[in-house]
Design a protein around this ligand. Sequence first.
Ligand SMILES: NC(=O)c1ccc[n+]([C@@H]2O[C@H](COP(=O)([O-])OP(=O)(O)OC[C@H]3O[C@@H](n4cnc5c(N)ncnc54)[C@H](OP(=O)(O)O)[C@@H]3O)[C@@H](O)[C@H]2O)c1
Length: 290
Amino acid sequence: MKLLITGANGQLGQALIAACDAQKISYIATTSADFDICLLDNISDQLALYRPDIIVNTAAYTAVDKAETEVSKAFLINEIGAKNLATACKQLDIPLIHISTDYVFAGDATTPYLPSAGCDPKTVYGASKLAGERAIAEVLPAHLIIRTAWLYSEYANNFAKTILRLANERDSISVVADQIGCPTYAPDLAEVILAVTAKILETKCQHYGVYHYTGAEIMSWYEFAKRIMAVRAQHLAKTTQVIAINSDQYPTAAKRPIYSVLDCQSLWYDFALEPIVTPLDIAIARLLPS
Ligand SMILES: NC(=O)c1ccc[n+]([C@@H]2O[C@H](COP(=O)([O-])OP(=O)(O)OC[C@H]3O[C@@H](n4cnc5c(N)ncnc54)[C@H](OP(=O)(O)O)[C@@H]3O)[C@@H](O)[C@H]2O)c1
C-alpha cells in the first residue's frame, strides 16, 4: 500500500513516517511547502500524479490560542483545507483518514464522550476542526475521522517535552490540575492509523465515519507532569517539584476543555483490533535523553 501523508513536519506526521519506515510501508510525505491543502488545483494535480491508495491528513492549524484572533486562517486550513482534500479524494476515488480533536466537544461532560455525542466547541480552533469534519463528511463518503487528544511524543513541540525542558531550567513547575484527559502517545496513534489503513485497503472494510483514539489512562495535566517527573527521577536521578494550580491561575486566550476523555471502544470493535497503547511510563522514558 502507498500512503500520502500531509503535515509531514508536524508531531503526528513525523510519528507516522517513523511507523511507515519501521513497517516498510511506502509513503509520500508532504509538507505545507510542497502540498498546501488550501490550494485545491495544486493538490488535485499532485494526487493524480502520485495516485496514493489512501491519504492521511495530519495537516492542521493547531495554534489553539492564536486561533482566537486568526479566525480566518484557522478556518482556511482546518475547514477549507480539509474540504479540498475530500474533494480531490472524491475525484480520484481515494479514501481519506483525517485527524480531529476533543476540542469539538464542550468539555463539560462527566463520562467519556462517544463519537456520536453532540459537538459544541468553545474555541475557534475547535469550531474550525468541527467545520472540517462536517465538510469532509458532506463531500466524501469514504472518510474516516479519528478524534484524538493530548498528543505527546519525541517529535515536535508538546506538553511532555515542555515539562522536561522546564524541569531542567527551574526548581518547580506549576501545572493545571482541573483539566482532565488522556495523554496519547503519537507513535501509538500512528500505529492505529496504519492498522486501520490496512483493514480499509486489504479487507475493503467499510466502517467509515467518526472514531476516537486516545491513551488509556485518565488524569489531569498536573498528574501527567508528576508522572513525567517520576520517570525522569527514576532514569536520571533528578527531581523537580510540580505544583498544582487551577485553570484560572493560568489564563489562556482559548478556554481549555475541563473534561476531554474520549470513548475509544468502537474503534477496536469495528476494526477488530486489539487496543494499541504503550504503557505511559515506557512512552515517557523514550522522551528522555539517552
Ligand atoms: N497535538 C495535539 O495534542 C492534538 C490533540 C488533538 C488533535 N490533534 C490533531 O492532530 C493532528 C496532528 O496534530 P500535530 O500535533 O501533529 O500538529 P502539528 O505538530 O502542529 O503539525 C501540523 C502540521 O500541519 C502543517 N500545515 C499547516 N498548514 C498547512 C497547509 N495549509 N497545508 C499543508 N500542511 C499544513 C504544518 O506545517 P507547517 O509547520 O509547515 O505550517 C504542521 O507541520 C491535527 O489535525 C490536530 O488538530 C492534535
